[in-house]
Design a binder for this molecule. Structure first.
Ligand SMILES: Nc1ncnc2c1ncn2[C@@H]1O[C@H](COP(=O)(O)OP(=O)(O)OP(=O)(O)O)[C@@H](O)[C@H]1O
Ligand SMILES: [Mg+2]
Length: 888
């Protein structure tokens, strides 16, 4: 038992250091640095370790599994401390960033050897989820956006974003909150800055509830327009922002200013690779709200949130990370202007038609590294010699790619415009740096021989020194007659002569003893001392000089950041365009015709992702036609599992792919530009937002009815199914009617309410279509073919059987279905023919039928009318029978 009254003293808090208490100079220094970055976990360099103190230590120890200790004590109170070895610090920082924390690094900024008193330290780096430049902390295929949002007095919103690792910087204004939400979701921003006065308000709460991002409050003053303008003028070194087309963007500009302010406060000083602030308007891109993006599985699958299996996963056939990011960007913001779309399609078509050019370009691209992010690293001052060599090797490929594209049919295309010539920069790097330099910058070996005369001299000197060493050894052996005498070096004692104990008697008088070991003595001579000074001095000067030359080179390259960024962007275009061609050829896609009309006509269209899955059956292509006159609203019916959802999604995906500039999976495709795609698909709960399944369904439907225009494409999958049958039918009907009579947008509406088919009877522009199944011997065979007319039955029970519902339940379902179909219900919906307790089953015979596959088979075969069967139906029937035989 602990003795009473001897409670351990509570650990000291960092805030308590500022109360005028006398603290050690080291603690004082720590407190000063911590004050600069109060919201970051501060890694404080001490010798070979980075230490965390106070609350930081407690937080980090928990997250990183570090041992929490206490270092100095101030009075009775311990100071919590936790440390990591300096060489492993990057791993620990990465973990903290992944967990959404902000980290600051305080390094020693003077040489401890020459420092008087305590070594000077400074914050050298601040890393937040939105500010990352380390390749090991970045997903190569995705941008890493830091964004800022602002809300104006009128309720409009401004948004800006930057990718510090690539220099991309843009801003926009939005009228509605929903637009802001969709845009933040599109960007998948790693961190969002907001004006701290919004905290707790409905505007921000709504966004925070919907989007799982890191939200960072910043003071409201950082959004001042005047400051924003000043920050931007400073950054781009211009007196006027007019040239950037920013005059109209007030809220966007203010958001951009807040970002720059935040970066500066985070010690991100060098933004030379940020070439411009690009104002953009959402109206120039196809609108895709966050539900649609999710439902269509553009970037992640719904089931496991993975890239594989998504549209992007399929479409991204690019070679470089720059190309990957570009394709993602194209998919996330499809174009609206047919001329722009055609420009991309022309480039893809050229590459489709020129297999040799395509192969040659891709072959070259394989040797190009991420020039964009290497430039970002350069600007953050963290690029080492290997990075510069990688940059040089990549730049060396550029002229060859440029040359490949130097043909009339390519040069007329904006995507394949000529590259700038950066060969002088290449030459500079090549002449300065060794071919295979080390990763470290302090040990020399960076600079090529012949680059700098003084350096060469120092290298010769230290090399000669080593030869001289061998000479001294031979001479001393000869003079003393000690054959085993050695001249050696170690870090602590420098150069010395070592003589074994047995030979001590032969040691000459002028040897001066330095150290005694168990079996030997170590000596030096004045000659050796003199030599040592020369060699060690040369080594040290060499390393310093190499670092200096390297830094100069790095600055020269950094000064060309804008050109490097431009080249990276050109490479991304070439890679992305060529990759789309590769995709088209690989999967047999066709070039779509895109115009300003309102027709959507697809022949033999396929679902790009489903057709590549292992289905166990061939994917059946379908024709789909939509136009405002006769086929504006298609009511899609068909049994469960027939393929309704698949065919509707494929129409939406094809429209999106076409407007992104890609070929599409169809035999022929004609598309009048779609301004927005809306989807209401499936029943996805959104418990995080505190909404029920039905509530989500209805609010998504409401958004569609409010926002869709006659140019939109609507995919509605089973609206109204989340509530009672009659309510659901009533809502579904009214929604369909509203779309048909008011909005007039091209729409596909899948439903199991057969009553909806009657809508087509009263309106010329509404059509019924259904997905064919054939019914053979009471079994469904999926034909997957879309055809005119409405389906007569649901086959829900048959599908339930395929899914393995117990036979007894199935039999009972059939019985109830029969009751319902003969209208055997009373006024409150209770089946009139519900079995009474103890009543005999009326369907015993059917039960045995189900259990005896032999008789089932015979029965069904007897019922088949060979004259009515197409070959495909016959095959499907056979496959179906076989699979059921196997499973029963
Ligand atoms: N055209 C096709 N060719 C081949 N297989 C297809 C085709 N369309 C759909 N399928 C297959 O059928 C499965 C079910 O399709 P889908 O989900 O579209 O059916 P559904 O009609 O929407 O069913 P439910 O009414 O239950 O929602 C798909 O997962 C796919 O494996
Ligand atoms: Mg479905």
């Amino acid at each position: 038992m602990e003795p009473q009254g001897r409670q351990p003293a509570a650990p000291l808090r960092v805030a308590e250091l500022s109360d005028g208490r006398r603290v050690t100079p080291m603690l004082r220094q720590f407190a000063d640095l911590k004050e600069q970055v109060p919201d970051a976990l501060l890694f404080f360099r001490m010798g070979d370790f980075y230490e965390l103190f106070f609350e930081d230590a407690e937080v980090a120890a928990g997250l990183l599994d570090l041992t929490l200790t206490a270092r100095d004590k101030l009075g009775e109170r311990p100071i919590p401390m936790a440390g990591v070895p300096h060489h492993a610090v990057r791993n620990y920082i990465r973990k903290l960033i992944e967990l959404g924390h902000k980290v600051a690094v305080a390094d020693q900024v003077e040489d401890p050897k020459t420092a008087r008193g305590i070594v000077k330290r400074a914050i050298t780096e601040v890393i937040t989820p939105g500010i990352v430049t380390d390749p090991e902390n970045l997903d190569a295929k995705e941008a890493n956006y830091l964004s800022a949002i602002v809300r104006t007095e009128t309720g409009a919103g401004g948004l800006a974003y930057i990718d510090v690792s690539t220099g991309e910087f843009a801003c926009t204004e939005l009228d509605e909150e929903s637009g802001l939400l969709a845009e933040l979701d599109r960007l998948a921003a790693r961190e969002v800055l907001f004006d701290s006065s919004l905290e707790g308000g409905p505007f921000l709460s709504e966004l925070q509830a919907a989007l799982d991002l890191r939200w960072t409050p910043v003071p409201v003053e950082t959004f001042e327009r005047r400051d924003a303008e000043r920050e931007l003028k400073d950054l781009f070194a211009v007196a006027d922002l007019g040239g950037f087309g920013l005059d109209e963007s007030d809220a966007g500009l203010r958001a951009a200013g807040a970002i720059l302010h935040y970066l500066r406060a985070s010690h991100v000083d060098n933004l030379g690779h940020v070439r411009r602030l690009r104002p953009y308007r959402l109206e120039t891109f196809m609108g895709l709200d966050e539900n649609t993006r999710r439902n269509l599985e553009l970037f992640r699958t719904l089931a496991d949130r993975r890239r594989k299996g998504s549209l992007l996963g399929l479409m991204d056939q690019s070679i470089t990370s720059m190309g990957s990011r570009r394709i993602r960007q194209w998919i996330s913001a499809p174009l609206l202007n047919p001329a722009d779309i055609d420009a991309r399609l022309d480039a893809v078509a050229l590459m489709v038609d020129s297999p040799e050019l395509r192969a040659a370009v891709r072959d070259r691209l394989a040797r190009v590294q991420d020039v964009e992010r290497l430039t970002g690293r350069l600007m953050s001052g963290r690029a080492n010699a290997r990075d510069l060599v990688a940059l040089r090797r990549s730049l060396e490929e550029a002229p060859a790619i440029d040359q490949l594209l130097d043909r009339d049919d390519a040069r007329s295309l904006p995507l394949f415009a000529p590259f700038a010539d950066l060969s002088d920069l290449c030459a500079d790097i090549e002449e300065t740096l060794a071919d295979d330099p080390p990763a470290g910058l302090k040990e020399g070996g960076l600079i090529r021989r012949g680059c700098h005369p003084e350096l060469d001299e120092l290298i010769t000197l230290s090399r000669e020194g080593k030869a001289a060493l061998a000479r001294i050894e031979t001479e001393e052996r000869k003079k003393t007659g000690i054959g085993s005498l050695k001249v050696r070096y170690n870090r602590v004692f420098g150069y010395y002569i070592e003589v074994t104990r047995a030979n001590l008697s032969a040691v000459p008088e002028h040897y001066i003893r330095k150290q005694t070991l168990a079996n030997s003595e170590r000596y030096y001579t004045p000659e050796l001392k003199e030599f040592e000074a020369k060699v060690l001095g040369a080594e040290e000067r060499r390393c310093t000089l190499e670092l200096e030359l390297f830094t100069q080179l790095r600055n020269r390259v950094a000064a060309r950041a804008a050109e490097l960024g431009e080249l990276a962007s050109r490479l991304a275009d070439v890679d992305a365009g060529t990759a789309l061609a590769e995709l088209a050829v690989r999967h047999d896609y066709v070039r779509p015709t895109v115009d300003d009309g309102l027709v959507l006509h697809l022949e033999a269209a396929r679902h790009p992702v489903v057709e590549r899955m292992n289905l166990g059956e061939r994917f059946v292509p379908n024709d789909v036609h939509l136009d405002p006159d006769e086929h504006q609203l298609l009511i899609v019916s068909g049994p469960n599992m027939a393929g309704k959802s698949t065919v509707m999604r494929q129409v939406a995906l094809i429209a999106l792919m076409a407007q992104a500039g890609s070929f599409v999976p169809a035999r022929e495709a004609h598309l009048g530009v779609v301004d927005r795609i809306f989807t209401r698909v499936g029943a996805s709960d959104n418990l995080a937002r505190g909404q029920s399944t039905f509530m989500v369904e209805m609010s998504e439907t409401a958004a569609i009815l409010h926002q869709a225009t006659s140019r939109s494409l609507c995919i509605l999958d089973e609206i109204g199914r989340g509530t009672s049958t009659y309510d659901g039918l009533a809502i579904a009907w009214a929604v369909a009617e509203h779309i048909a009579d008011r909005i007039h947008c091209r729409t596909m509406f899948a439903t199991h309410y057969h009553e909806l088919s009657q809508l087509a009877l009263t309106r010329d522009h509404v059509q019924n279509v259904n997905i064919a199944v054939s019914e053979l011997g009471g079994q469904v065979v999926f034909l997957r073919r879309l055809r005119p007319g409405s389906a007569s039955r649901s086959y829900g029970i048959q599908v339930a059987r395929l899914a393995g519902l117990p036979d007894e339940v199935l039999v009972r379902s059939r019985e109830l279905l029969a009751n319902l179909e003969t209208d055997a219900m009373d006024s409150i919906g209770d089946p009139r023919l519900a079995r009474r307790k103890g009543e005999e089953r009326t369907t015993q015979g059917q039960l045995t039928l189900f259990n005896d596959p032999g008789s089932l088979l015979r029965d069904e075969l007897m019922r088949v009318d060979m004259d009515q069967l197409t070959p495909l139906e016959a095959l499907n029937l056979l496959a179906d029978l076989k699979s059921r035989m196997g499973s029963s």
